[in-house]
Design a protein around this ligand. Structure first.
Ligand code: ADP
Ligand code: MG
Length: 919
């Protein structure tokens, strides 16, 4: 009855919100309470509980009605003006919260803290006690309905230490936690690494001090992040950081955090302080903060991440990303762990091998793999259920999740036993799966009913037979209901109204109802001695009786007692779960690990990936490599290609300088040949290998990469108001400044965003710098065929091209990467494929022929460029080239058939003038 009742807005027992006829300046008591609570939470929308609704008033109402598309009404007056109001029903609040949070709002949830009947006892004008019980912000969510099950939702705190000297670099401490799972980590970085770290973490909310938020240098960047909350400086106070952390974790000394730097401590303390603030003092079960070892993760900056479409595509979708292509996990926790591993691949070959051993174990045992995946499919998200229970925000279904999770963990431990010998990670997981006490699962299984309500206050979740006192209260309640039915029969007989009914609603409670035509009968003697009139509606009349009133009180007290007992049982079970949280968390982590390992194995088998060989060399040798995403999207078979960036063999021409570093491949070939695909597939193979996955290749041997860079020429970044070419150069500069011998660099058509000669010279110098200074392994795709000449001068530069075939004037792409240089661009053939009008194609061919003839007769000067040697930079291309280009372009633009004799003569003069500059 309770759950189905329609929401009613008028909380009869609450004082009037604002007396309509009272235009005076005095606020009503409810409004006074509202204003006081709102004043304490000025930066939040206030959800003010009134009966079955959360109401919003004043400006909040205007903001929310616009954001949610709900009706704005008014209710009463304040200071002589209408009070704007809108409301959302309590049972749909999550849905609206979700939308407000997604739009970047923060919401303070204000509840009624007592029964309205209590308030009434204090006097007619008294107000129900209310207060904010929780702040809902993007980074501190726990509800499944507000969270993406398959992604972590991190709250990130950034603390800064100013440089000691004016121009010294600032350092940043980062702490990030997911309160829905308890993960908590810290790291340190400098300004140049900040954006990359934040891109990796992808926080749902960022907290910084007021000062940092206002910092002239950082503010523009911070504004590009989705939800940044500035906080007063005490939250970021380094002096009290250790104490606040120790308090949170209830440890006497801060030794537990001894290895953390002061900056990390500051950021971590800011996190827990903010969590306590938003949870109003409740403490979600966090793991103690763990430092992320510097250099333990493959460094991937923001542009590279975006460009390689690791977690989402350039257009922002998950579909089409590497993550979605490789995700075969069957649990939400597994999906989150997979995303974490992909966001931060490792650099330690031993740690990588540990993960690969686990995948290999599942690859090698198809039965264990299938059984594991079947069992995991039935496993609920226990980490998040545990967090909700700890925050007293859990329901009966969370208890059931723990029950099923523990049972699944124990069953799984048995299945994977035989793999434990092959993989230390699996062995460890198996041990963790056995940690939760089976007795706890048994207790939960005995207590919980089959069908569970979402909310504990709905009752009915404890199984009959579990608790004697509860069974007794329930039978009393149910007995009384039978008595109601008997009473109805008796009244029907007594009044001779066969259609007489006893009904119930929230306003009247139990009442006798007859249709209007029978009403008079009950109003007259002798029946009017028994039946007391309550309400007359259009078609019905309602009465009560003394007997019914007594019965109602009995039913209510039995139901109240039953619910009270159930809630006690809930608390007891919930506390038992919280008491076992360490073991449950360990089991939850083990489940996620096993999901990831078995899912990666499933992927490897399904798509015939191989185990990469990872070591500390500088090798990069991929045979039969494929693009993990493109090959799945492609209908046609994907053409596999080799790539070898390993240092030239030690036996190569004796002790060449630099012979020990990795190679650079310079890839030429027409548009659409597959250059970009080839570049990216190799970067993705490195990422996959180092995250501990098999790779799409027939063989791969990779000396661990420390940093991965990927850039595409002329990428658009108009949103940040920088020209595309500027972006390209800023990004290229970052690579040239940061890439080490151990890095892998992917450069795709750098220099495309400017005039030909500019671009060519920049590409030229960039290759030289990579080869001589960075000495990194690199793949460089270009349409500047002139660059292939560099191979004869740079010993570790290798020319490769993507083969095409010309067939009856058309071009056929073979997507095959072979040694050598492309001879031409086939741009016109591609244009033809794209459907340019044939007149334009023909005209372009004529112009091209003219230009090529011209090129052969004119020395382009590039062969004459002094090659890079220490100290001597290549000269910029001759400015005469530019003039020559202008002449050729002017010539190409002329159509003699279109010119009058006079125009032809003028054109000739103009050309001669341009040529004069060339002499
Ligand atoms: P480019 O960078 O040389 O212009 P792309 O790498 O963008 O070429 O590739 C163009 C298209 O060719 C891709 O969209 C893909 O469909 C196809 N392609 C690329 N490489 C392969 C391959 N190895 N096998 C099959 N198809 C490929
Ligand atoms: Mg391309």
């Amino acid at each position: 009855m309770d759950a189905a009742r329609p929401p009613h807005r008028d909380d009869a027992s609450d004082g009037p919100l604002a007396a309509a006829p009272e235009p005076s300046a005095r606020a009503t008591p409810v409004m006074e309470q509202y204003i006081e609570i709102k004043a304490a939470n000025p930066d939040c929308l206030l959800f003010y509980r009134m009966g079955d609704f959360y109401e919003l008033f004043f400006e909040d109402a205007e903001v929310a009605s616009r954001a949610l598309g709900i009706v704005l009404t008014k209710r009463g007056k304040h200071l002589g003006r209408d009070i704007p109001m809108c409301g959302v029903p309590v049972h749909r609040a999550d849905e609206y919260l979700h939308r407000l949070i997604a739009l970047g709002h923060r919401v303070a949830v204000c509840e009624q803290l007592e029964d309205p009947a209590e308030a009434k006892k204090r006097g007619a004008r008294s107000v129900v006690r209310r207060d904010v019980i929780r702040l809902v912000t993007p980074g501190t969510l726990t509800e499944d309905t507000l969270l993406d099950a398959r992604r972590n939702n991190y709250l990130l705190a950034i603390a800064r230490a100013r440089a000691s000297s004016a121009d010294g670099p600032s350092r940043f401490g980062l702490a990030f936690l997911d309160i829905s799972t308890g993960e908590f980590r810290v790291a340190e970085c400098d300004r140049s690494g900040l954006a990359a770290e934040i891109a990796r973490i992808e926080p749902g909310e960022v907290i910084v001090s007021d000062a940092l938020y206002a910092d002239a240098e950082l503010a523009p960047y911070l504004r590009t992040l989705s939800a940044v909350t500035p906080l007063t400086r005490d939250v970021f106070d380094g002096a009290t950081a250790e104490r606040r952390l120790s308090d949170y974790f209830a440890v006497a000394t801060s030794e537990a955090f001894g290895t953390l730097s002061r900056l990390e401590l500051t950021a971590a303390a800011a996190c827990v302080t903010y969590v306590q603030r938003t949870q109003l003092g409740k403490r979600p079960p966090l793991s103690p903060p763990v430092r992320e070892a510097r250099g333990a993760a493959l460094a991937i900056d923001q542009a590279t991440r975006a460009n390689l479409e690791l977690m989402r595509t350039l257009s922002g979708e998950r579909r089409g990303s590497l993550l979605s292509a490789i995700d075969r996990t069957v649990t939400a926790a597994g999906a989150r762990l997979l995303a974490q591993r992909l966001a931060a691949p490792l650099t330690d070959p031993d740690a990588i091998d540990r993960r690969l051993d686990a995948v290999a174990a599942f690859v090698g045992d198809a039965t264990a793999r299938q059984e594991t995946r079947e069992l995991l499919k039935l496993t609920p998200d226990i980490a998040r259920a545990l967090a909700r229970l700890t925050l007293a925000r859990g329901g009966p279904r969370d208890l059931a999740a723990i029950r099923d999770g523990i049972a699944a963990a124990a069953a799984l431990a048995g299945r994977i036993e035989r793999l434990a010998g092959a993989s230390a990670e699996v062995a460890e997981a198996a041990a963790a799966l056995r940690r939760p006490e089976p007795a706890l699962a048994r207790e939960l299984a005995a207590a919980l009913a089959e069908e569970l309500p979402l909310l504990k206050r709905d009752g009915g979740f404890v199984q009959a037979g579990y608790d004697a006192a509860l069974d007794e209260a329930r039978s009393l309640r149910d007995e009384s209901r039978k008595v109601v039915a008997q009473l109805q029969a008796r009244y029907a007989e007594q009044t001779a109204v066969r259609a007489l009914k006893i009904r119930h609603n929230n306003v009247l409670g139990y009442f006798v109802e007859v249709s209007a035509q029978h009403g008079d009968k009950l109003f007259s003697a002798p029946l009017n001695a028994t039946f007391i009139h309550r309400q007359t509606l259009a078609g019905q009349v309602r009465f009560t009786t003394a007997e019914l009133g007594e019965l109602e009180a009995r039913i209510a007290s039995a139901a109240d007692r039953a619910l009270g007992l159930e809630l006690e049982i809930f608390d007891r079970l919930s506390n038992a779960v919280i008491g076992a949280r360490e073991a449950i968390k360990a089991a939850a982590e083990a489940l996620a690990t096993l999901d990831v390992s078995s899912a990666l194995a499933e992927l490897a088998v399904e798509r015939t990936y191989v185990r990469p060989q990872i070591d500390r060399s500088l090798d990069f040798r991929v045979q039969g490599g494929r693009h993990a995403v493109v090959e799945q999207a492609l209908g046609d078979p994907f053409v596999a290609n080799d790539c070898d960036l390993s240092p030239p063999a030690a036996s190569a021409p004796a002790a060449q300088v630099g012979g020990d570093a990795g190679r650079i491949w310079l890839l030429t070939g027409p548009n659409m040949a597959g250059k970009s695909t080839f570049l990216r597939q190799n970067a993705l193979i490195a990422v996959l290998a180092q995250m501990g996955s098999y790779v799409p290749a027939s063989q791969a041997r990779i000396g661990v990469v420390d940093r991965l860079f990927s850039r595409v020429g002329a990428a658009d970044d108009l949103a940040r108001g920088r020209s595309t070419f500027m972006v390209e150069m800023v990004e290229t500069a970052a690579i040239l400044n940061q890439a080490t011998e151990r890095s892998l660099v992917i450069l795709d058509e750098i220099g495309r965003g400017t005039a030909t000669f500019d671009g060519l010279s920049i590409a030229w110098a960039t290759i030289e710098h990579l080869h001589e200074h960075n000495r990194c392994r690199a793949l460089f795709a270009t349409h500047f065929h002139e660059l292939t000449a560099l191979a004869s001068k740079l010993n570790r530069l290798h020319n490769a091209t993507v083969r095409v075939k010309e067939w009856q004037g058309d071009v056929v792409f073979l997507h095959e990467v072979v040694p050598g240089a492309a001879d031409r661009s086939y741009g016109i053939q591609v244009a033809k494929l794209a459907g340019l009008p044939s007149s334009v194609i023909e005209r372009a061919k004529t112009v091209l022929a003219a230009l090529e003839a011209d090129e052969r007769s004119t020395p382009r000067g590039l062969d004459d460029l002094p090659l890079f040697s220490a100290g001597a930079r290549p000269a910029m291309p001759d400015p005469r080239q530019r003039a020559l280009e202008a002449v050729l372009a002017a010539l190409a633009a002329l159509d003699p058939d279109d010119l009058s004799p006079r125009e032809a003569l003028e054109a000739l003069y103009a050309l001669k003038q341009k040529v004069a500059g060339l002499r």
